[in-house]
Design a protein around this ligand. Sequence first.
Ligand code: NAD
Ligand code: UDX
Length: 483
Amino acid sequence: ENKMVKICCIGAGYVGGPTMAVIALKCPAVEVVVVDISVARINAWNSDQLPIYEPGLDDVVKQCRGRNLFFSTDVEKHVYEANIIFVSVNTPTKTRGLGAGKAADLTYWESAARMIADVSKSDKIVVEKSTVPVKTAEAIEKILTHNSKGINYQILSNPEFLAEGTAIQDLFKPDRVLIGGRETPEGRKAVKALKDVYAQWVPEERILTTNLWSAELSKLAANAFLAQRISSVNAISALCEATGANITEVAYSVGKDSRIGPKFLNASVGFGGSCFQKDILNLVYICECNGLPEVANYWKQVIKINDYQKSRFVNRVVSSMFNTVSGKKIAVLGFAFKKDTGDTRETPAIDVCKGLLGDKASISIYDPQVTEDQIQRDLAMNKFDWDHPIHLQPLSPTAFREVAVAWDAYEATKGAHGVCILTEWDEFKDLDFQKIYDSMHKPAFLFDGRNVVDVEKLRDIGFIVYAIGKPLDPWLKDMPAVA
Ligand code: NAD
Ligand code: UDX
């Protein structure tokens, strides 16, 4: 039955690429083409060096590419040929105009929709894969049907719940697949067609079907709940430092309550990534537009605590080191927003590095998956510009001479006054900290933003250690209080 299905996905990014690769792997009878306007991205997908780093992805792509998985810049041809069109373009935060700094920018989505309307000659199922504001399907429907030339379009909402670093695992065994559609006979038929694709490998009871608005809103709500857990544990981490409680013990005890659960309770320097902040801001904006300022303020607080956590970390570094890091070398271990990804979008490392640079530190950064070019670009960029490719300017030659990028952790920390761990890469657990200590200026400071090091062991070596939410080093207790 699936022999006739042709899928086209617009947007070959972190979501479109891995998601379509897994659909192609699991549905050998379906032809899947991923298209993008970025020639560089498509070329990379067709090469040995894929544009994103994701464990297990190479393997999946190698198995299907050229068989039933294709990457192309010929957007119009493949949209024309497909029955099911996924739209997985970026939906960043608006940087200007109405709702700037909050609302989702649907420019990319709208231009994809208009292109679909322009080239289509047969009925299409159009699937929202991107995270979009609730009610977007209504707008998309209008764009498509007002330009339809008698073609029947069905819009489905099928938000993606994968997390980076575990994308392939998440796609193989999703907690749930969510499909929202119109409650009409044609709507139900479209939902069934998409359900049939996922049913090739996802158990039936994990495929949820809802109305369009529930599906759209569930995605924003899920990300808001997840981010809220992190802000909750991070808020408690500040109180731990003030009282001598230990956040690891507190989070473990709290998570043992089966109603709360043990996952996603790691205190950190703050959450990052392309989704949480953007999606909460989007939720806040929608609440405001619907006359619900109390609800908007409730969710806004999740972001405020996250910003507080990042600046609290910078303040700790500076205040511990005699209230100035001017001219001191600070090593930064880890720049990606979490381990097992090279993605730096909204990484807390950007804010921490900018904070340290603001106090005139000279920083040396090591991350196993992030390039120097990417780091320099991130540090030179304005808030929210990262997801607007149009704004990507070539680097000015004067950018950040105070920032060096090192090839390994030992080079980064050599001669440093302090070390900040900002990503929980596994390799940071096994570093030879004695060797690092010996090569540093004394007193040697270590600030663990991810709770990866053995604090006692490092104190025995001689480090002055700060770890998020852990009882303070006797040294730090005597330092001025942190605002
Ligand atoms: P991305 O920036 O990596 O990829 C988007 C791609 O779309 C880019 O390659 C861009 O060139 C392309 N594009 C933009 N406009 C286009 C057009 N008109 N025609 C063809 N291609 C176009 O973004 P992403 O991380 O894959 O996220 C995509 C969407 O999925 C967002 O809405 C995001 O919120 C959502 N999402 C992301 C994640 C995640 O972990 N990254 C998880 C779940 C949902
Ligand atoms: C998130 C959602 O998890 C995913 O379902 C959605 O589809 C996209 O957004 P992602 O941003 O890729 O995925 O990674 P995630 O694992 O959620 O981590 C986000 C941030 O929170 C990272 O910076 C991570 O380090 C941080 N985090 C996560 C914590 O600080 N503590 C935790 O306990 C968990």
